[in-house]
Write a protein that binds this ligand. Structure first.
Ligand SMILES: [Zn+2]
Ligand SMILES: [Zn+2]
Length: 349
């Protein structure tokens, strides 16, 4: 009774069903891309023309983490889900026709009608937060690589050109700080643009927390780049500038003075607390532990509580980081000469 189904199924076996994936551009001509590294999955946009002409098929760089993979690995979750659905629709269409043919034959041979229903659920876990368009506009950072001219765009921070991997440490740092402030400025639009009050507050909280994390990551990358310019500086462990105390101690070894040349004790204490909070957000789902209380000296929390990050705190953190970064640049740049840009390949310390 399933002759036609079986015939089509045999036909489908090994057959390539082709659908186009991820070529849609936005109104400015950019296409969406997503980092394939599972602990990153950063979403960004690349100008479609530059994706075609400047980005190599062999190696695309993640704008955020610098991960490199061939050009077929960068479709967003949504693009992959969409392509899966299109493929399934095509296959279902072919099988559906075959099933109808079989059913007709069956119906001709017997009176009772029979139904067969196939439900296919494609599970997806979108991690992006949905934001109203008027709120994302001021957050979006459009960058043109100063080396290869590739145009790309991000929300939040970006550190590497997708086409050539170039990282212009100072430009990127300034742009990241600007983007974090723009995001905070856009929070009222987010609140207004999301109808459900709980979703709106949750989204605002995520944006504020990511602002804190982005600010510290921006500082870390900037400090790493500066540090590499010290010819005699001792070798640094990876991510050392994510830790204020450890990074500061290393800076003393390289420059004969520490962060305290640029920030007061109370400013450093605040910054240290923000760095510890970033650690909680990134690694402990925001839950306070004894280590946090001991290292930050923040006794307003007990172990087990969820850290609360306010917009004003992120603004203060960004301000402190900016002051510190300007001072550190003076330490290294001697007379304010421009920083030597570093490439993505050299970024690790
Ligand atoms: Zn990445
Ligand atoms: Zn480039």
């Amino acid at each position: 009774m399933f002759e036609e189904m079986l015939r089509v199924a045999r036909q489908l076996d090994g057959m390539k069903v082709s659908v186009s994936v991820g070529g849609e551009t936005d109104q400015d001509g950019y296409i969406d891309r997503q980092c394939p590294a599972t602990d990153c999955e950063f979403s960004f946009k690349v100008h479609a023309g530059d994706w075609r002409d400047k980005v190599s098929d062999d190696g695309v760089h993640c704008a955020f983490c610098g991960h490199t993979a061939d050009s077929q690995q960068w479709f967003t979750h949504e693009q992959v889900e969409h392509a899966k659905k299109e493929t399934l629709d095509k296959v279902k269409g072919m099988l559906g026709q075959a099933m109808r043919t079989d059913a007709q034959r069956l119906n001709q041979s017997q009176r009772r009608n029979s139904f067969l229903k196939i439900t296919m659920n494609v599970s997806s876990q979108p991690r992006e937060i949905l934001l109203p368009a008027e709120a994302t506009d001021p957050m979006r950072l459009k960058i043109t690589c100063s080396v290869c001219g590739c145009r790309y765009a991000v929300i939040g921070s970006a550190f590497f050109c997708p086409a050539c991997g170039h990282n212009d440490a100072e430009q990127v740092f300034r742009q990241s700080i600007t983007a974090i402030r723009s995001t905070l400025d856009a929070l009222p639009l987010v609140r207004q643009g999301i109808a459900d009050a709980d979703t709106a507050e949750n989204t605002v909280r995520l944006l504020i927390e990511s602002g804190l994390q982005n600010a510290i990551t921006a500082f870390q990358r900037f400090a790493e780049a500066l540090y590499l310019q010290h010819p005699a500086a001792p070798k640094a462990r990876r991510n050392v500038f994510q830790n204020l105390a450890e990074g500061g101690a290393l800076w003393v070894m390289a420059c004969d003075h520490g962060y305290d040349k640029h920030l007061s004790d109370s400013e450093l204490a605040s910054l240290s607390r923000y760095f510890q909070q970033r650690h909680l957000l990134a690694h402990k789902e925001g839950l306070v532990d004894d280590d946090y209380v001991a290292k930050s000296g923040d006794t307003t929390y007990c172990s087990g509580q969820r850290v609360v990050v306010r917009e004003a705190a992120v603004r203060e953190c960004v301000q402190l980081i900016e002051t510190l970064a300007v001072g550190m640049k003076r330490d290294v740049g001697r007379g304010g000469e421009p920083l030597r840009p570093i490439s993505g390949a050299e970024k690790k310390v």
